[in-house]
Ligand binder design. Structure first.
Ligand SMILES: *[C@@H]1O[C@H](CO)[C@@H](O)[C@H](O)[C@H]1NC(C)=O
Ligand SMILES: *[C@@H]1O[C@H](CO)[C@@H](O)[C@H](O)[C@H]1NC(C)=O
Ligand SMILES: *[C@@H]1O[C@H](CO)[C@@H](O)[C@H](O)[C@H]1NC(C)=O
Ligand SMILES: *[C@@H]1O[C@H](CO)[C@@H](O)[C@H](O)[C@H]1NC(C)=O
Ligand SMILES: *[C@@H]1O[C@H](CO)[C@@H](O)[C@H](O)[C@H]1NC(C)=O
Ligand SMILES: *[C@@H]1O[C@H](CO)[C@@H](O)[C@H](O)[C@H]1NC(C)=O
Ligand SMILES: *[C@@H]1O[C@H](CO)[C@@H](O)[C@H](O)[C@H]1NC(C)=O
Ligand SMILES: *[C@@H]1O[C@H](CO)[C@@H](O)[C@H](O)[C@H]1NC(C)=O
Ligand SMILES: *[C@@H]1O[C@H](CO)[C@@H](O)[C@H](O)[C@H]1NC(C)=O
Length: 492
């Protein structure tokens, strides 16, 4: 998909930079090479003294730009084994000031002794976080910058240099580096499945732009927003590790780490591969409308947990995130996947977002309508004119035929008989009269919705499931059974 172009552009870039080497730089290079050779000598021929061979080796790699980009792929571990969680290194940028209250977001998805990666801090956490818990990723402190830079942008420079510093940790058998913030929640099982579909021996920059039109206009529609998280293939991270400082110096006035990276990658011809499912969440307020109508692509991340309201009403932010994670642990393939079905005898429509919410409408609405997120949230910045969002929305309404009864996940359990049951309870009374045009069938008495799904069959990414509404003895509980759709089944 993207292998040829980047390689040509990289060699062009290298040629160009070679042409611009002045005498002074040449002398400097000779000195550097002397040092490198000395270092190489030490590494190769030295004795038990040097236990930190790997670090030295990483340093060595950093100073030695790839001779030919065609060789970039050779250093990756080319195997045909499927990509697993062990092939990914995660790097989260944090700071001593934010870590305390954002730690729980990272720990919600981090799996000690399973996931590999680091939290990068701006300074030594010293006694404040002592002892560093094993439930958190190990920390690293970003190295000081050795060149002059625009101090206004120091934090952004620190963030973008984290890519290089992560690579320099020298982890073995890495296929992907995933970068994120400390207020990003990652859904790593879905992430593994998505990354496994790409060829990790080629250059790949995979992420997503913002939900907010103005953010994309200000930065770029072709930029991966770092809070949402993005992935760099190993050879690309390797190449960047020698190039990031050059980019920072070439573009001293480019604002934001993400934009520096995109500018840098554009210079050697690597475009963004947009992948839905990474969520920057450049939104404010209640994002339940968005999470209740997630597009049919596995959810990979949620960012700005601190900016938006807690995603479950009546829970604080960290408890909300952990609650969603309980569902993710049971079935990551269905998490936030929207399923729609109808109960004809009442003229009701059901829309469920697995592991999160369920809605009842007292009317038969087409799927195309129910797939639109309800605009429960507010724009990132109001100083701009609409359109605010990169997707269509439905307005909040008090029309009893269009406003849903809202239920949020209370519990997720495996049952006997290989089923998973998620139970959704009513958020609050709807306080509207029944929908008259569809026959006055009020749903006010429904207090719980139970959704049954298979515990053994994962949902196929990108395909919508179908469902059936089942009668129960209890008038106040509705049961919904998810199932694969039949061939060409029309749900209307
Ligand atoms: C890879 O690098 C080696 C030197 O290490 C060089 O001889 C070879 O030509 C390079 N391969 C390609 C395809 O450029
Ligand atoms: C991780 O592994 C280390 C050493 O093997 C062990 O001491 C520690 O308890 C493990 N931590 C968890 C959370 O499993
Ligand atoms: C390559 O992958 C194999 C199998 O996963 C692993 O055993 C080996 O250490 C890796 N080699 C390098 C250089 O990372
Ligand atoms: C991955 O890319 C490399 C380099 O372009 C290529 O040699 C290899 O065949 C590709 N692997 C797959 C599975 O497509
Ligand atoms: C876009 O640029 C304007 C003007 O420079 C600035 O005020 C605003 O904060 C920026 N918006 C975003 C989303 O960064
Ligand atoms: C959030 O709620 C949980 C569970 O109710 C509680 O243990 C935790 O201390 C709360 N966190 C904050 C920051 O209030
Ligand atoms: C469902 O709504 C339609 C109008 O949209 C109405 O004609 C029909 O009688 C209703 N069915 C029931 C069972 O109320
Ligand atoms: C629904 O109830 C309202 C008021 O109670 C009534 O005016 C209307 O005709 C009813 N609609 C149907 C379809 O029965
Ligand atoms: C349960 O449903 C019945 C029959 O519709 C209703 O009378 C009762 O109020 C409902 N109970 C609750 C708790 O909603």
């Amino acid at each position: 998909m993207s292998s040829e172009k980047p390689i040509n552009s990289v060699s062009a870039a290298i040629q160009q930079s070679l042409q611009h080497i002045s005498l002074g730089t040449l002398c400097k290079s000779i000195a550097t090479w002397g040092l490198i050779l000395l270092l190489l000598y030490t590494v190769l021929f030295n004795h038990p003294c040097c236990s930190q061979t790997m670090n030295r080796f990483a340093l060595f790699k950093l100073k030695w730009p790839p001779l030919s980009p065609n060789n970039a792929t050779t250093s990756a571990n080319v195997t045909t084994t499927p990509t697993s969680i062990s092939h990914i290194v995660f790097a989260m940028v944090s700071s001593v000031n934010t870590w305390k209250h954002r730690k729980s977001y990272v720990e919600s998805w981090w799996r000690p002794n399973v996931t590999r990666g680091y939290i990068f801090l701006d300074r030594d956490p010293s006694q404040r976080f002592h002892p560093w818990p094993s439930s958190s990723p190990p920390f690293r402190v970003n190295a000081p910058v050795k060149f002059r830079l625009n101090r206004k942008y120091a934090t952004q420079v620190r963030i973008v240099r984290t890519i290089m510093e992560t690579f320099m940790q020298g982890d073995k058998d890495v296929r992907w580096y995933v970068m994120a913030d400390d207020d990003t929640v990652l859904f790593i099982d879905n992430l593994v499945e998505v990354l496994a579909k790409y060829n990790h021996t080629e250059y790949f920059y995979i992420g997503m732009n913002s939900e907010s039109v103005s953010s994309n206009v200000n930065f770029s529609f072709e930029m991966a927003f770092g809070g949402a998280g993005y992935a760099l293939s190993y050879p690309l991270a390797e190449a960047l590790s020698t190039k990031v400082d050059g980019c920072i110096q070439r573009y001293p006035n480019v604002y934001s780490s993400d934009f520096i990276l995109q500018t840098c990658l554009a210079d050697f011809g690597v475009p963004l591969t947009h992948h839905r499912g990474f969520h920057q969440i450049d939104l404010h307020g209640d994002i339940s409308g968005l999470l209740s109508a997630h597009h049919q692509s596995p959810v990979l991340s949620l960012h700005h947990i601190d900016v938006v309201d807690p995603i479950f009403p009546s829970m604080n932010r960290s408890a909300s995130v952990n609650h969603l994670m309980e569902a993710a642990k049971v079935d990551h393939s269905r998490l936030l996947e929207q399923t729609i079905c109808y109960q004809r005898k009442n003229n009701w429509s059901f829309s469920t977002s697995w592991g999160y919410s369920a809605h009842i409408y007292e009317n038969i609405h087409p799927r195309s309508f129910l797939l639109l997120p309800i605009e429960t949230f507010r724009p990132w910045l109001r100083i701009f004119k609409p359109p605010f969002y990169m997707f269509n929305t439905r307005s909040l309404t008090n029309d009893p035929c269009d406003a849903p009864h809202e239920f949020f996940m209370e519990s997720v359990e495996k049952t006997r008989g290989n089923q998973v049951v998620t139970t959704y309870t009513r958020k609050s009374p709807r306080n509207l009269p029944p929908c008259s045009s569809s026959g006055n069938h009020s749903a006010n008495h429904i207090s719980k919705i139970q959704v049954f799904s298979s515990a053994t069959t994962l949902k196929k990414a990108g395909l919508m499931e179908c469902c059936d509404v089942e009668e129960t003895a209890d008038m106040n509980i509705t049961r919904i059974k998810l199932r694969a759709c039949m061939k060409d089944e029309v749900i209307a």
